[in-house]
Each structure stands twice: as structure tokens, then as C-alpha cells.
Write a protein that binds this ligand. Sequence first.
Ligand code: KG4
Ligand code: ZN
Length: 325
Amino acid sequence: MTILGIESTCDETSVGIVKNGKELIANVVASSSLMHKKYGGVVPEVAAREQVKVIIPTLKESLDNIAPDNIDAIAVAHGPGLVGSLLIGVECAKTLALVWNKPLISVNHLVGHLAANWIDDKRRIMFPAVGLVVSGGHTDLIYMESHNKTKHLGGTRDDAAGEVFDKVARILGLPYPGGPEVEEAAKHFKGKSNRLFPRPMIGDMGFDFSFSGLKTAVANLVKIDSGKSVEEIAYEFQEAIVDVLVSKTARAVEKFIVNSVVVGGGVAANGRLQEKFARNFASLNIYFPAKGLAIDNGAMIAAAAYYHQNNIDPLKLSANPSLYF
Ligand code: KG4
Ligand code: ZN
């Protein structure tokens, strides 16, 4: 079964085509992230106006190597996200489903981030698993009994992991999006960690996160004349946030006795996070999305749709900005 998936929840506009939830046929991604650089974060109106412009060319390019006749269903991320952005993808998907007379599948964007891991991965998926979604808007731990049977364990009480990377970058004078910039700066620090920053809620027995205190600790250090370089602060911050993510995931792994750990969302592209997960969960199957599939993309929506074929009436689907697990 070949599914065309549309993603437009934030500042990316993307159309991906995936066969049987695994085989990548196309994944075209347009991003307006450069347009938000001077604001240090996504400006919803700017993102949505750009998406109106690029959605049709993106769709057209995704169909370069496959005819619409060979597509079996249309999928779309209908939430969570920015309402103006979501509407563009949702209305496009509904139109395609009606005009091409194909089934329509609505996908939770967060589930899509986890499904990015099944694309082009040759392993048989081993459930149960613990899923960690770390994106610009979310930090969530999920227990996955199967593709369709999941339980939300906990999430952030304030800032999301990616959001904190972006805000810390801004504090350090690095451009948006901050995650890759902080990671790059951290690579240039050659000393060893002095544990400059707190690991918030690391000793808490639950599965919730809180990162705003960590962000404030970075801001406070930058305010005083500490003599620490941007590279060192970036490194220390990254160590702190990665330690929390590893430790909370480890607690879930121990409690639920799982076979796999599945990580998704833009922050999953972070090399240090991947390194520490590989070290800490060596006895489990560890999934990180392939290059280019961690950030928002249409292919992950098409992959998730294969496992969640809900066949929604195109006339009834609406965007849901606050959709959750
Ligand atoms: O999943 P995503 O593309 O969009 C949302 O659904 O929010 O995630 C974007 C987030 C941004 O906050 C960005 O700074 C972060 O992912 N990010 C990273 C890295 N690449 C992207 N954070 C840390 N390290 C990275 N290499
Ligand atoms: Zn996302």
C-alpha cells in the first residue's frame, strides 16, 4: 500500500510518499526557517503565508517519479501545531482525497515522529517499546505495546527540549534554529564537564520533564562575567539536557521491561543524544530516524498512516492544534 503524506504543522511544508510504512519513494521538504531567523523563533503568520505558496510545488515535485494512480491513500498531520499552518495541509489533503477518490487518513504529528523510525529500517520492529518524542513543541515519553496501543507516560511541564535548545542558542547569540548550532558549538569544547548546570527533575520518580530552570541557569551564567566560552556553555547545557532525557527514558525502560527504545522529533538528530542512548541502552534495539527524517517531514506522516488507517470522511476532517497523545 502506497500512501502520500502531508506535513504542515509548523514551519515545514512537506509531502512524502511511502510504501507499506517502510519504503521511501519521495520526501520533499520546504522550510521557512530562514525567514524566522531574525525573530529567533517561528512567526506563525509568516510560516502560514509561505506554506500557501509552496504546498502545490512541493506536492508536484513529490509526484515526479510516481503517478497518482499508484497512490492508494492520502494522509495528513491534522495536529498538534499552528492552526494557520495545519489548515493548509489539511485542506490540501481533503481536496486530493475527494478529487482522486482515495481514502483519507488523519495522523497525529507526534505519532508521525516515532513512525519516521520504521522508514527504510530493515529490522523487524520489536515491541514493547519506550518512545521518546523530542521536538520544538514537545517532550513526551510513551509506552508502545504495538503500533496502535500506546500509553502516554509523561511530558514536559514547561518548555520542550527543542524549544530550550532554541532559547539557549538565542541567549548565546547563536542563530535560529538553535539545536544544530548548539550541537556544533559544543563540539568545539575540548575540556571536560564541570556539571555547570542542573539536571531538572532527574531524581523525580515520575516521567515528567521541566526545562525552564535549566534555561534560566544558562541565562544567569551568561549575565555574570563567568569567563566561560560559548562553546563550553553550549557543551555543559547539552550534557545536562541529554542526561535528563537518558535518565527518564532509562526509568521507563526499567519499569516496563521493553525490547526497544524509539526516539523521534527534531532533537533526535542530535549526535550527543544518539551517542549517550547507544551507550545506555546497548542491550536494546535503539531507533533514531535516518538522516533528514528527524525534523518535520511528510514521509513520517505517510509511514504512520500505514499503521493507523482510520479512513476519515474528507468533509468532516478539521485541524486540531491541541491534539495530544
Ligand atoms: O520536530 P521538529 O522539526 O519540529 C517540531 O515538531 O517542533 O523539531 C524542531 C526542533 C527545533 O527546536 C530544533 O532546534 C531542534 O528540533 N533540533 C535539534 C537538532 N536539530 C534540530 N536540537 C538539538 N540538536 C540538533 N541537532
Ligand atoms: Zn515535529
